[in-house]
Design a binder for this molecule. Sequence first.
Ligand code: TYM
Length: 329
Amino acid sequence: MRLVSGIKPTGGLTLGNYIGAIKQFVQLQDELKDAEMFIFIADLHAITTPIEKQTLKKNIKEIAALYIACGLDPERVTLFVQSELPEHNQLAYVMESTVYMGELERMTQFKDKRQKLEEGLRGSLFTYPALMAADILLYDADLVPVGEDQKQHLELTRDLAIRFNNLYGDTFVVPKGYQPKTGAKIKSLTEPTKKMDKSSDNQKSYILLLDDLAQIKNKIKSAVTDSDGHIAYDIENKPGISNLLTIDASLLSTTIEERVNFYKNVSYQDFKLSVAEHVIDALRPIQEKFNVLINDPKLDDILDQGRDKAKQIAYKKIQKVYKKIGFLR
Ligand code: TYM
């Protein structure tokens, strides 16, 4: 069993990234003792929209340190930086030659971003799902833990694997997605019908894993709720309260029902304070570990070793794919 996933270093990691992705990676690492895990920093994906060199460099390093601070064990998980393995680009081109324009045009993430960013839309933003498919198929991943917003890209990856296999014979494992039961889509604190997103202009809408703890408390205290005054889980009518319940249940590794019961006669104000406390309790130890790791030269060694290990698999896979296509004399 092999697991693959990645996060793009476009900004600080959010509580959504943690609950929807990293927390799952750590749980799967601990539960699936025999599984091989490849978790990478998807830096090639970060230049689909403009990003400054220094920011990108800083973000890459930060994600590496955060992966470990959140509980990934480099002894058991192969951690690496995507751009250090040209095989990702090589397979991405093959995937671009497997995917249809119509399929890329249907990707909701592309459609959303296109609306926001009319000028200077980069070609790579359009072809990005082909690169993502390559990231996954390169390692013959069986399972890909991602949040809900990546589900469509994963479906496309499966279609591309099947299409390529039909054209050239059995080559790729057709991967399955894996979503957490609770928290596959953490919502914005200010607009709880939308996804919590680090690219939002409103800093109060998201919590960053490296946010100052006092600031986190304030952000949760000012989270948008409703005027009903009753704590219940109802995404349609009470999206703000439901989102906070989801965050709370996920961080305490319990169910939403249990949380609803727990907060039965509690005021919104006290409820928010309690959720804030749980978020802070979860993030404090992560921040403490991060602060040590970020200045530790060991971090580079871990990424070097991860790259070398990933390379062994990636290189062989590209050779196989190229031969199937008719390349390589
Ligand atoms: P990215 O960097 O946008 O997000 C990283 C992971 O975090 C999840 N996520 C969320 N989960 C719950 N609630 C949210 N509000 C939330 N926001 C983000 C995402 O679903 C994702 O799992 N294209 C990918 C990165 C990538 C990748 C891959 C992932 C590149 N290649 C191969 C898996 C396999 C992306 O942009 O994720």
